[in-house]
Write a protein that binds this ligand. Structure first.
Ligand code: CDV
Length: 306
């Protein structure tokens, strides 16, 4: 038996600081149309896909920071993407910076939405694992200020029934944590969608720079195999305002094999026909729940200082 879903990871090249939302939207719509021409039903866009990755910059002015956020989706600027997707009957997963006015409190998250083929938002995730620092580090070649500009997601790791599958979402740094995949896998997730912005250089630990691509692949392949899930990852790649970011957008099968991968650092589609039933080989086989021993896993949910 097979349940086939044709998926595209829509890698983006750099977004210049001078780009308007409209210019970025045109690029996203172009990728969506290319995906429709290749008979895809679902397109995965990167983390914070509507703007350059502003946590790389120290910004004092709160109004300027907030200009990178969306207060609702769709909004007048992003509506054309939703309209074109519904017209083409192609769904998508879109990373964006989310600003929530919650009474007197303003909250900011690094978020993603899942949009079905009829244009309805059917899933929402807020990034849990925020890397980086809160303070200005002027000695570094660029900043990594997610911990200043966002708060950790409060929605947990939910699985959504959409596209005839059980679908979960992660964002960038989440992909390095086995717990992120595990929370989804334990709910029967078959397909994990994610976007990322990963600089090649780690200012505090430059000895890992040569391993940036390897650690990215390792995390995706391990997460897919150990949970019997498809993993689709879309990069914002290339040199964005002086920050070199890895590409390596890819689709990983539940076997852990990379079945499609980008070859550039520009806007590029990575396409594969995913058989959702292939998950069962691993979910029922080597990772059959009867061999789990949660009585030995308690420390995973405890706060342990090392
Ligand atoms: N956007 C990210 O979460 N980036 C991190 C970098 C800063 C380590 C990542 O895990 O790729």
């Amino acid at each position: 038996m097979s349940r086939l879903l044709a998926i595209a990871a829509a890698q983006l090249g750099p977004i210049p600081r001078t780009s308007s939302r409209g210019e970025v939207l045109s690029r996203l719509i172009e990728l969506l149309r290319q995906a429709a021409n290749r008979n895809c039903q679902l397109v995965v866009f990167p983390e914070c896909a509507l703007t350059p990755f502003f946590p790389h910059w120290w910004i004092d002015d709160q109004a300027e920071i907030d200009s990178y956020f969306e207060t609702e989706l769709p909004n007048p600027e992003t509506q054309p993407l939703f309209d074109e997707a519904a017209r083409l009957k192609v769904g998508f997963c879109l990373g964006y910076a989310e600003l929530v006015c919650d009474g007197e409190q303003t909250r900011r998250f690094n978020s993603t939405v899942l949009v079905e083929r009829d244009g309805r938002i059917v899933g929402h995730y807020r990034k849990v694992h925020l890397p980086g620092h809160c303070e200005h580090r002027p000695g570094n070649p660029f900043q990594n200020l997610e911990r200043r500009y966002f708060e950790p997601g409060d929605l947990g790791f939910r699985v959504f029934s959409a596209f005839g599958a059980k679908v979960g979402m992660l964002i960038c740094n989440d992909r390095r944590w086995p717990e992120s995949y595990r929370m989804l896998g334990l709910q029967g997730c078959e397909l994990v969608l994610m976007g990322y912005n990963t600089p090649r250089h780690y200012p505090e630990y430059p000895e890992t720079d040569r391993l940036a691509d390897f650690h990215h692949r390792l995390s995706l392949q391990a997460g897919a195999y150990q949970n019997g899930m498809w993993v689709v990852a879309a990069a914002k790649a290339g040199n964005e305002e002086g920050v070199d970011q890895i590409g390596g957008s890819m689709i990983v099968a539940p076997s852990g094999e990379v079945v499609a991968e980008s070859t550039t650092l520009r806007d590029e589609l990575v396409v594969h026909q995913c058989d959702l039933d292939a998950c069962q080989t691993y979910k029922q086989g080597v990772f059959n729940p009867r061999s789990r021993h949660p009585e030995h896993y308690g420390m995973i949910t405890q706060n342990i200082e090392q």
